[in-house]
Design a protein. Structure first.
Length: 249
């Protein structure tokens, strides 16, 4: 079995009396797309925020390649190889598509010693940005301000910004939200190409897309894991079908 790149053990996050994530254990393995599904309020985005260092768990632990990661902030986790996207577009609209990617690459290729050198002269970050744009098919749009991209292109740019930092773990929070069928298919093909060398966590509401690309599916309800396993086993799980009223899966 492939190595667990990122693992959470009995992860819990409370907000006062609300338990948003309740005793969740999950392993993201290299070469797999691990989808997390559930209704709104199930705890999916809170789980991603915990794994990405945006939130500190109330209890439980997180490890990266077997090493504990305790209270690590997002910038440190980015340098360790964890990339993420957000539900809402998170780009610099006035900067070009290429510049957005180059800035993201600097998280992985910092040059604190080059105080008097223009950042645009950093070959490592520029090359990483070019590779990331090529991966998502946005090379021809590299000089277009991000604010002028279509919604689907902005979502693709966000994935490119993750890739520019050369992550080994990708945490994708609803990357297909608002996309048309053709754009969604492009992103699904991209995920298939990316997974051999990465562990990918996919939070998504599009069940057709989830079952088309996921190797493992975890279903959350009320902050806890309802079921987890191979797609067909999850599809046929009685508790899952009941939670989704029997007609979503």
């Amino acid at each position: 079995m492939a190595e667990a790149m990122l693992a959470a053990n009995r992860l819990t996050r409370r907000f006062g009396g609300l338990v948003a994530v309740d005793d969740v254990s999950i392993e993201l393995r290299s070469g797999q797309i691990h989808a997390v599904i559930g209704t709104n309020g199930a705890g999916k985005s809170t789980l991603i925020n915990l794994l990405a260092g945006e939130l500190i768990p109330t209890s439980g632990s997180i490890s990266l390649r077997g090493a504990p990661v305790k209270h690590a902030r997002p910038h440190r986790l980015a340098r360790l190889g964890i990339g993420r996207t957000f539900q809402r577009s998170n780009v610099f609209p006035e900067f070009s598509t290429f510049e957005n990617c180059r800035l993201a690459a600097q998280a992985r290729y910092p040059r604190a010693w080059a105080l008097h050198e223009r950042a645009t002269r950093c070959r490592a970050s520029s090359d990483a940005a070019a590779r990331a744009l090529a991966a998502v098919g946005l090379t021809a749009r590299g000089q277009v301000p991000a604010g002028l991209l279509s919604h689907g292109e902005r979502r693709e740019l966000e994935i490119a910004m993750c890739l520019a930092a050369d992550p080994t773990v990708l945490l994708l929070d609803e990357p297909l939200a608002g996309m048309g069928a053709e754009e969604s298919q492009r992103v699904l093909e991209l995920l298939r190409r990316l997974k051999p060398e990465r562990a990918i966590l996919l939070v998504e509401h599009d069940m057709d897309a989830v079952f088309a690309v996921a190797d493992v599916i975890t279903v959350m309800a009320d902050g806890a894991v309802l079921a987890s396993g191979a797609p067909e086993a999850v599809r046929n799980d009685a508790a899952v079908r009941e939670a989704y009223l029997g007609d979503t899966l």
